[in-house]
Write a protein that binds this ligand. Structure first.
Ligand code: KIV
Ligand code: ZN
Length: 435
């Protein structure tokens, strides 16, 4: 028999996600420096954290979870350095995570002393397996832990009015928590914090482990939004992980289902198979005509900086950004791209109809030069394209067919990619040197 993990079924008889399209970008929160960092073999030191933070600011993040200061001295020191060295722009809010335990909350506020804007993010596990197996608490005790933490946080915030505070609560493993209990505990937390439409709190609904299809997460978020009281006092946030490989789909569907905010990481680093990849998510929005309000117009240096900070490579086929994604190896693809590029020149600016390329590489700061490469799998299209574009040699059709066979022989013999310089050399050897 197979082993299976049950997931929470949602009773939504008139299931109808409020939207079939994402019309506006969500609020973004990067958790690279916390969730991402805790998943690294070699966690970031101060220098890498600072470089990553500066990058996130440059990309346009307005909310950045910078660490777990009550759990790590490195994170505590990093938060202090950000505040004391005035490294946080006025329009950026730093977020820190804490467990719902009194001494850890006190330590968290110690780390945040003097911050201009801060989100205090408290969580406790609400999932039934965790309640039973890990913590041995019933629902009432689980609720009491969340409410006591909220009360303590509220009074610490009230005592430090020089900081602009936001409160965030996560029922950990939301997606495997009974839905009615998730609503019940969030409402108890709301009673303790007393959010208003003018000063809402964030409720973050994590798919801590992705155990169900993405539409199930969306149904859960829709059910939550419909059933929780005072929805206008809440910013509903999602936090997808990627255990089933559907983190991006889950984020998109939950946004259509009513979520306002997404927590994730650049290129999807994070616990196990990672957090949702904000780059892919943002670029998906971009390709449907919604500007994500994050700037990925020069993606390669961003990718290299993240690779340095995480000490992890980005996959060469990573959507939109990988080193190979604007490269066509097969002849028929090269031919279609060549025709699409030519038709585009006729169609004019602003039109993107080039086959096999979902976006204009220029939109992420990549160049056409890398688009067409030639190897043993290529047809005549790529060969003549490179000869024409890079060496100004336009071949008549018959010669183009004949010469592509010459190039294929070279490619077969060498068994590797053929550069445009090699193509030019083969042309010289075959036709010019012999005359
Ligand atoms: O995945 C998760 O549940 C978390 C929480 C701490 C929000 O990272
Ligand atoms: Zn997480």
């Amino acid at each position: 028999a197979t082993k299976y993990r049950p997931f929470v079924a949602v009773d939504l008889p008139d299931r109808q996600w409020p939207s079939q399209r994402i019309e506006t970008p969500p609020l973004w929160c990067s958790v690279d420096l916390r969730d991402g960092n805790q998943a690294l073999i070699d966690p970031m030191d101060q220098e890498r954290k600072q470089r990553f933070f500066d990058l996130l600011v440059k990309v346009g993040f307005k909310q950045i979870e910078v660490g777990f200061p009550s759990a790590s001295q490195t994170d505590f020191d990093f938060v202090r350095a950000l505040i004391e060295n005035d490294r946080v722009p006025d329009d950026v809010t730093i977020q820190v995570l804490t467990q719902a335990r009194p001494h850890l909350i006190d330590r968290t506020f110690e780390a945040l002393e003097g911050a201009k804007n801060a989100i205090v993010h408290v969580y406790n596990a609400t999932d039934p397996v965790f309640r039973r197996v890990v913590f041995n608490v019933d629902k009432a005790e689980c609720t009491r832990i969340a409410v006591d933490a909220t009360t303590q946080i509220r009074s610490r915030m009230d005592a430090a009015p020089e900081t602009h505070w936001t409160f965030q609560y996560s029922p950990e493993l939301f997606t495997t928590t009974e839905l009615d209990f998730a609503v019940e505990i969030v409402e108890a937390v709301m009673d303790a914090y007393e959010p208003t439409p003018e000063h809402p709190m964030i409720v973050n609904l994590p798919a801590t482990v992705e155990v169900a299809p993405p539409n199930n997460y969306a149904d859960q978020v829709e059910w939550f939004c419909r059933n929780v009281k005072d929805r206008d006092c809440l910013i509903v946030s999602v936090h997808p992980h990627n255990d089933r490989g559907t983190g991006v789909a889950a984020a998109e569907l939950t946004l259509m289902a009513g979520a306002d905010r997404v927590e994730g990481t650049l290129f999807g680093n994070g616990e196990r198979t990672g957090n949702v990849d904000i780059v892919t998510l943002a670029m998906n929005l971009y390709t449907q005509g919604v500007h994500p309000r994050l700037d990925f117009s020069n993606i390669t240096p961003i990718m290299r900086e993240v690779e340095y900070c995480n000490q992890l490579p980005v996959h060469p086929r990573h959507p939109y950004v990988g080193d190979l994604v604007f490269t066509a190896f097969s002849g028929s693809h090269q031919d279609a791209i060549k025709k699409g590029m030519a038709a585009r020149r006729e169609a004019g600016e602003g039109v993107w109809e080039v086959p096999y390329l979902p976006i204009d590489p220029l939109d992420v700061g990549r160049s056409y030069e890398a688009v067409i490469r030639v190897n043993s799998q290529s047809g005549k299209g790529g060969v003549s394209y490179l000869l024409e574009q890079e060496h100004g040699i336009e071949l008549p059709r018959r010669l183009s067919i004949e010469f592509s066979q010459v190039v294929q022989e070279v490619a077969d013999r060498l068994g590797k990619e053929i550069t445009s310089q090699m193509i030019y050399q083969a042309f010289v050897d075959e036709y010019l040197a012999k005359t």
